[in-house]
Design a protein around this ligand. Structure first.
Ligand code: GLY
Length: 396
């Protein structure tokens, strides 16, 4: 294989930002993450991790799984930091998986954003691969076609043949997670100049702001609309504890999602919304270091931790710290607390047998997945560590 050149300069070493923060700890942990991602290439090969097993090996994705890009994203982060061909080759070799999604339109859902931002957008940004850029633009177009004009939102999921119950469940439903997926649309607008991509992303963000966030700053995981008229119906949960609770990962998706939407648009409403969500999470967490999977659990429930929510939220808080001058020290301190919690209680990078980076992720407690390694937790752990050190070039 030919050596692929980098569009960007690799830069793993960063100046110390502040002597009072744990910069050395974050730098060392990031280096261990990179080593772990490299070491596991021999075992994982070109498979895409889905969820961790008890022995810290992985179950792997079938084609089209929403989590299929998070390993690819880690490889691209490692490539951007080190410039090493091992990472570039292993990440680029996965483009075929993403090309295959585009050949199967019935598999398209809102997760095109996660799938293509961390694979083809990353490949384009790092190596200038033009095919990857074109695949990512096609994915953005497919994502934009999910827009419901009656309700001003992107529908998350799809009905299935001969499954009326699923059809009733998915049709007209928005979910908090989509706020992270719309980055693909903002990127496509930036890249192509086609304004409809941004208009759709903005419309979805406005609808999410209005219906997914309660007055007290807590959030619904999902919200239902009448798909024919766009009339709002009610907030509900899918992966949280209850309809009126506050699912930690959904809340974290929105902190990161609104902060990142602000980076693209400079819309102050998005910044204010991300700050409101972050302030609420800080209150709800109390002294905790790693978020509990839902902030409004009843006393009878097991308070499983969700390391993925902690990692996503930490990455989002560092974005907020980088743009909100008044609140920057507070958001940095909160993000540092989350990172320290992850490093103290969930970090697997010192265990050479672990194929992932973080333990104790709660994928879907109601479905029995309460304490596992999760590839998205791992991706955002690396992103948060990088942001803590001042890196600001990502694939969103
Ligand atoms: N986007 C699905 C999840 O966060 O589990």
């Amino acid at each position: 294989m030919n050596k692929v050149s980098l569009k960007i300069s690799p830069n793993i070493y960063y100046a110390q930002l502040s002597s009072s923060r744990s910069i050395n700890l974050y730098q060392e942990t990031l280096l261990r993450c990179i080593e772990s991602v490299k070491l596991s290439i021999a075992t994982i090969g070109l498979r895409n991790p889905k969820i961790g097993k008890k022995d810290h090996s992985w179950e792997y994705c079938d084609p089209f799984d929403w989590v299929m890009s998070f390993r690819t994203g880690q490889l691209w982060l490692a490539a951007s930091l080190t410039g090493e061909q091992t990472f570039i080759i292993n990440a680029s070799a996965r483009n075929k998986d993403f090309r295959k999604i585009l050949e199967n339109p019935l598999e398209f859902d809102h997760d095109l954003g996660f799938q293509f931002s961390l694979s083809c957008v990353a490949n384009w940004k790092i190596t200038g691969n033009k095919e990857a850029r074109s695949l990512a633009l096609r994915a953005a177009e497919a994502l934009s076609h999910r827009f419901n004009q009656a309700g001003n939102y992107i529908q998350a999921w799809n009905p299935k043949v001969n499954d009326p119950e699923r059809s009733r469940f998915v049709t007209g439903r928005i979910i908090a997670d989509t706020m992270q997926n719309i980055a693909l649309l903002y990127w496509a607008h930036f890249e192509s100049g086609i304004s409809a991509f941004k208009e759709i992303a903005d419309a979805h963000a406005q609808t999410s702001m209005k219906y997914l966030i309660r007055e007290d700053g807590t959030s619904y995981h999902t919200f239902m609309f009448d798909p024919a008229t766009g009339v709002p119906v009610r907030g509900e949960t899918h992966q949280g504890y209850a309809d009126e609770s506050c699912w930690a990962r959904g809340h974290a998706w929105m902190i990161h999602g609104f902060a990142q939407s602000y980076l693209y648009t400079k819309n102050q409403e998005y910044l204010k919304t991300a700050i409101l969500l972050a302030n609420t999470a800080e209150k709800l967490m109390g002294d905790d270091l790693v978020p509990v999977w839902d902030y409004k659990l009843s006393k009878d429930e097991i308070p499983y931790k969700d390391s993925s929510a902690g990692a996503i939220m930490a990455a989002g808080l560092y974005i907020l710290a980088s743009v909100s001058t008044d609140d920057a020290p507070r958001f940095t301190a909160f993000a540092d607390r989350l990172l320290n919690g992850l490093i103290e209680t969930c970090d697997l990078t010192k265990d050479p047998k672990a194929l992932g980076l973080l333990a104790h992720g709660a994928s879907h407690v109601g479905a029995g997945y309460a304490d596992n390694m999760l590839p998205y937790g791992d991706y955002y752990f690396m992103e948060a560590l990088m942001r803590s050190l001042g890196h600001n070039h990502f694939f969103w």
